[in-house]
Design a protein around this ligand. Sequence first.
Ligand code: MLT
Ligand code: ZN
Length: 465
Amino acid sequence: MPAVDLLAGLREIVGDTHVVTDPDAVAPYAQDWTRRWHGKPLAVVRPATVAQVSAVVRACAVAGVPLVPQGGNTGLVGAGVPQDGEVVLSLTRLDSVGPLDPLGRTLMAGAGATLAQTQRAARSAGLDIGLDFSARDTATVGGIAATNAGGERVMRHGAARFRIRGLEAVLADGSVVRRMSGVSKDNTGYDLVQLMIGSEGTLGVITAVQLDLIRPHKIVGTALVAVRTVDDALTVLRAVQHEFTGLEAAEFFHHDGLQLVLEHERLARPFDRPHPLYLLFDLADDDGRPDTLEELTELLAGLDCVRDVVLVSTAADRRRLWELRELQTEAISAEGVPVKLDVALPLNQLTVFERRLAAVVRSVARHAVPILFGHIAEGNVHVNLLNAVEEDAQGAVTEAVLDLVASLGGSISAEHGIGLANRRWLPLTRSSADMTAMRAIKQALDPEGILSPGRMLPDPVETRK
Ligand code: MLT
Ligand code: ZN
């Protein structure tokens, strides 16, 4: 079918104004946030209902034109960005939030609702989503489900797949699967909900999500602890976990990242003098002890590896400390386009990884500047390499770092996914049996390769091993 016929068909389904082809209007959908991934889509289509999504998918399938679902476009691995000639299926108009079931503790949300919108709805009922990260105002729950997003609360409440009880998705032939009964025990056949979660738009278009709500604990304090090494940070973490049950989040960043945040965001420095590494954590009042903060102060004061501490309890002070961590992504991006990798290491290999990383990077990109931060409780390191994009044009830098990660028993993608960025290196940590099974699933659910082709699974010629 010629492209003009497809566009006419799409206009009939969603209305003229929601089939966007004007280059200026298309631009925000055609490039990702990092400026590293971009393409020239045939059009951006903005359906408002699941029936429209289904009809759009069917029309694209009939025309043989691939499509890429897109939410808030906050992904970092090119999974939601179009390649040339694809249709961008934007889900942002499916932004309903509710109903909330306080008894079953679930919240319905359209794929286009933002994380912040769902957080507000849950909190207004004294509950919470149990998921949080800095892109909360833009990232959508459809994208969160499709990428199995992680973030800052994973150590306590798990990644997205633990926070989603049901979902609705449109398959490659336009049919709709809906598993949103709210029943928390359901062993009826294959778990299609979990299969869709983390499939990055390659198996279906997620149109709605049923979130599993938690009863939040009150955060009594947030601590920023200055230490020398990652091992020191883990020592502090273990001591706090031994003494208290309410550790909610544990993050780390280095001096160079903090410096960028302070410069770009014009924030006040947290300590009089710089320190090599910072551990940031939230403590909730699970234990119901009246003097938690005093006890925490005493505990930290007794640890030799602690060089300095800022301990705060008001919401405004806590936010100020969290900004030092959450604004790292933006501050790095303001400095240049980084090679962004998102890896996880066994905790006992974190120090070895950090120690070897600099030399490994230098061997392939002499002027690269590594800036590391991340979610320390899961060994999740966000490796940002400034001044390395050119050397990484053929993937040399990415390969060197991911080889190191694999050799230490880590994961080459902790929470950002595979997308276009990491697909070549999937076989580093997935066996040929794994790859065959994944290809069989893709082939069964999307035999014509209509949904996000080329994402996640490498083309056979790309496979290194
Ligand atoms: C974060 O933890 O801030 C996000 O994963 C974003 C990033 O890695 O830049
Ligand atoms: Zn992260």
